[in-house]
Design a protein around this ligand. Structure first.
Ligand code: IPM
Ligand code: MN
Length: 351
């Protein structure tokens, strides 16, 4: 099979971890007789520096003409403490989500037996955790009406949802639940927010189309609590943009390393695959960042491209690297950490 993949390395450790994922994907291609055409494109602070736009049209063109987008990270500390900055790297990510119609962010959280004791949570609390968040990604407060009044002394951001937006996200949730344990949790704040009541009402109306799926409705504050008490009691969770942003960061620490958690952003057509850890500027250029989240994101990409054997081959070699201690410093015993590039080379060779 011929595959064209847009390669958006972005900022910070993005280029280093992306490079390892490319090595692994190329090894997969060799093993399964595919050919991958990589199309590098600018994004984030790197794109602001080069062309003044964190998601330039040239990058968008490359993305829409590809089968998938593999994405590193976006963000640069130079913008973080400068509220006056007119263009920010993060805007590139939001623009990309919107222009590519990526309305659902799929974030799994699972545990690895060999790492379970690295989790900040007790073993018995997290053993068997295997949940997936579907976070709505192109609506809500991130994209609502915002502004200032009162000479700048009052600011507002509005959370708006349409029934259509809720429905298409929930549909993905029901479909995923059907493929998994047929349990779906709708996370909202319907005791307070009108937009949450629209969510609940819309999901309730869809229940009859999926009679096998057992749906529960929980308030976001309660979910935040149960997520660290009994994460293994959840399976598929659907929620709006901001709740999902917060809860998926919370969930990411359960497994013991944020450096391991992949994600996919999907919509009508093309998907975008990215590690959830961000640009981690302190580690940039040091060849120490954990490439496994990006490599596992590539596995999600192969799954969505209808190539599950390729995806499983990646997951297997990642498990092997964990079991054999071929890991970066975040997962290694003191002074035993391997370099980012060394882990990438090892994975490609052992696939
Ligand atoms: C994420 C990030 C982004 C978000 C930022 C960088 C805009 O935190 O992907 O979760 O808030 O969606
Ligand atoms: Mn986030």
């Amino acid at each position: 099979m011929e595959l064209t993949i847009a390669l958006l390395a972005g900022d910070g450790i993005g280029p280093e971890v992306i490079q390892q994922a490319v090595k692994v994907c190329d090894a997969v291609a060799t093993k399964f007789n595919h050919q991958i055409h990589w199309k590098p494109a600018l994004t984030g602070a790197a794109a602001i520096d080069a062309v003044g736009d964190p998601y330039p049209d040239s990058t968008h063109d490359i993305c829409v003409n590809s089968d998938a987008v593999l994405f590193g990270a976006i963000g640069h500390p130079r913008f973080d403490n400068d509220p006056s900055a007119k263009v920010r790297p993060e805007q590139g990510l939001l623009k990309m989500r919107q222009k590519l119609g990526l309305f659902a962010n799929v974030r799994p959280t699972f545990t690895f037996e060999s790492l379970i004791d690295r989790s900040p949570l007790k073993r018995e609390r997290i053993e068997g955790t295997d949940l997936v968040f579907l976070r709505e990604l192109t609506g809500g407060i991130y994209f609502g009406k915002r502004g200032r009044e009162d000479n700048g002394d009052t600011a507002y951001d509005t959370c708006t949802y349409t029934r259509m937006e809720v429905k298409r996200l929930a549909k993905k949730g029901f479909e995923l639940a059907m493929k998994r344990s047929k349990k779906l949790c709708c996370v909202d704040k319907a005791n307070v927010l009108e937009s949450s009541r629209l969510w609940r009402e819309t999901v309730q109306a869809m229940e009859k189309d999926y009679p096998e799926v057992e749906v529960s409705y929980e308030f976001v504050d309660a979910v935040a609590m149960r997520l660290v008490q009994w994460p293994n009691s959840y399976d598929v969770l659907i929620t709006e943009n901001l709740f999902g942003d917060i809860l998926t960061d919370e969930a990411s620490v359960i497994s013991g390393s944020m450096g391991l958690m992949p994600s996919a952003s999907i919509g009508e057509s093309i998907g975008l695959y990215e590690p959830i850890h961000g640009s981690y500027p302190q580690a940039a250029g040091k060849d120490i960042a954990n490439p496994l989240a990006t490599v596992l994101s590539a596995a999600m990409m192969f799954d969505d491209l209808g190539l599950p054997d390729e995806a499983n081959a990646i997951r297997m070699v990642v498990n092997k690297s964990l079991a054999e201690g071929m890991v970066t410093e975040d997962l290694a015993d003191k002074n035993k950490g391997r370099k980012t590039s060394e882990v990438g080379n090892w994975l490609a060779k052992n696939l």
